[in-house]
Ligand binder design. Structure first.
Ligand SMILES: Cc1cc2nc3c(=O)[nH]c(=O)nc-3n(C[C@H](O)[C@H](O)[C@H](O)COP(=O)(O)O)c2cc1C
Length: 194
């Protein structure tokens, strides 16, 4: 059931998933920057510690043995109206962290909560391509989960080391402008599905 605030706007929950295990991650910084741009009726939560998720193993995916963090991930996805996934590019693809998180989230087969979920994929890289190859792979993977992945705008932050300051804040105005457009489109896309 939908919740509304005093202005009659629908309250909306967005979950951020970062595919980086690094403490100084441009992708995590990017998610945080997007989180700060979201309108006030949208709450943003960054899922902490995704890199600590054990590798998906069918034998431990049961109520007795499932790692607490794996269940927490599934619950966070189920409770979110929409998800933003930020992936670094490792060897032309997504990181193992992101693939493993999607593997956990994609079970139980036929009853998982990535189905129909609105998802905005984003990527940041120090290269001039901004992680485009990883992001295309991410979009392919999310085909299998039947998620509602937004097609446009596509958000690639290239030469990321020039766009954040030492305090991990996004300082590049052109990138900020693109992100604002992306956020508006994504919110509209997610609200249609909610
Ligand atoms: C194993 C490894 C492979 C990488 N492969 C690519 C690549 O294929 N394309 C690319 O643009 N950057 C590549 N990079 C650079 C990462 O994109 C860069 O380190 C980026 O900052 C990682 O994202 P993060 O800051 O969010 O952790 C690679 C880095 C590592 C450690």
């Amino acid at each position: 059931m939908s919740e509304y605030n005093f202005e009659g706007q629908r309250q909306f929950r967005v979950l951020g998933l970062s595919g980086s295990a690094s403490k100084n991650s441009y992708n995590t910084d990017l998610l945080k920057a997007i989180g700060k741009m979201l309108p006030s009726n949208i709450t943003f939560e960054l899922f902490e510690g995704l890199a600590n998720l054990p590798f998906y193993t069918p034998e431990i995916d049961n109520d007795q043995d499932r790692p607490v963090i794996a269940q927490a991930l599934r619950d966070a996805i189920r409770n979110a109206d929409a998800i933003i996934i930020a992936t670094p590019e490792y060897n032309y693809s997504v990181t193992a962290v992101i693939k493993n998180a999607i593997d956990w989230a994609s079970r139980p087969y036929g009853a998982h909560s990535l189905v129909r979920k609105a998802i905005l994929p984003v990527s940041a890289s120090m290269s001039i391509l901004g992680g485009v190859r990883a992001q295309l792979h991410l979009r392919d993977i999310l085909h299998s989960t039947e998620s509602n992945v937004i097609t446009r705008p596509e958000v690639f932050v290239s030469t990321a080391h020039t766009k954040f300051n030492e305090d991990h804040e996004l300082i590049d105005q052109e990138t900020i402008n693109i992100l604002k457009l992306a956020v508006d489109s994504f919110v509209a896309h997610a609200e249609l599905l909610a």
